[in-house]
Design a protein around this ligand. Sequence first.
Ligand code: SAM
Ligand code: DTB
Ligand code: SF4
Length: 340
Amino acid sequence: MRTNDECTINVRGRTAVQSGLRHDWSLTDIEAIYTAPLLDLLVRAQEVHRTFHPANEVQGCVLLSIKTGGCPEDCGYCSQSARYHTGVSAAPLVGVEETLDAAREAKAQGATRFCMGAAWRRAASGEQFHRVLAMVRGVRALGLEACCTLGMLTQEQADALAGAGLTAYNHNLDTSPEFYGSIITTRTYDDRLETLACVRRAGITVCCGGILGMGEDRRDRYRLLQQLAALDPHPESVPINLLVAVEGTPLGRRPPEDPLELVRTVATARLLMPRSYVRLSAGRLSLSDEAQALCFLAGANSVFLGDRLLTTPNREVDADRALFDRLGLRLQASAAVREA
Ligand code: SAM
Ligand code: DTB
Ligand code: SF4
């Protein structure tokens, strides 16, 4: 197994590691990490994890769909595409007060980050965009990190979001460049990279990851991880979603993915991007407590809290509380200085 310290990263000294963060992982490097004996992989990933992050600590995030459904894009996994019959009906952008009520509730649940998602191809302009800016200012005033995912952005929009205090922008590459076209045809990989570049230039932290279980093979996962780690700097947050198979979408009948492939993906993300938060995102409802424990051992250190993601259910708050107690994990106490 060729790992960070054998490649240029010295995992023993933080300064050395920081200056050694790599962006040029080869597929051979990544394959060697991903396919190592699972216990070797887990030990190495946890060692690196503890060099950069507090042990036994998880960031809690809460999602709110601020504009649901009716999206013109054709993302094959998505309940919100207007092209599929999923039972999700289109709703207008919610109000600022409703959003801030949800953010206050998220804070009371122990979350430090509040994520607002809109089913747009590109962020709306005019009054709706100004309303989103007011939401961002309101969420930040509550002492929470604010994240948005609004589709494609212009540089002006990214700059305005930065001006409102946005902490992070979520825009996923989803899968490898090679597999991408079998999942989404209405926008390109390069479109995604362009928005990510606008976000970075605006000084907003980048939240970028992908989905497992869409029919991709391991090479596609290596390629996704390679693309994510090639971003310089690395995305501060890397959400790893397990497909939530939504009836009515082209991927609605996909069989469940092997949870150990998720564990390997999380561990590989941790080793390739040591400083990033790796978020165990959609799909936790389909995982046992034991599978989630392995994901945390592999270096996952962020989750979505609350019984709803955007349009699909998530684990009940009490079930998560019991899980964290069972594993001796604590929620991160305050918004992360490291991402500020
Ligand atoms: N419209 C915006 C966009 O596409 O960037 C923001 C919303 S979109 C729902 C955010 C991300 O959620 C997607 O890029 C995808 O990675 C993830 N996602 C959406 N539906 C999912 C599903 N059914 N299962 C797993 N992940 C999903
Ligand atoms: C991300 O990577 N996962 C979140 C968040 N970023 C926006 C969304 C998950 C959505 C799951 C399906 C749904 O609830 O509609
Ligand atoms: Fe639209 Fe985003 Fe869903 Fe794609 S993932 S259909 S862009 S809401």
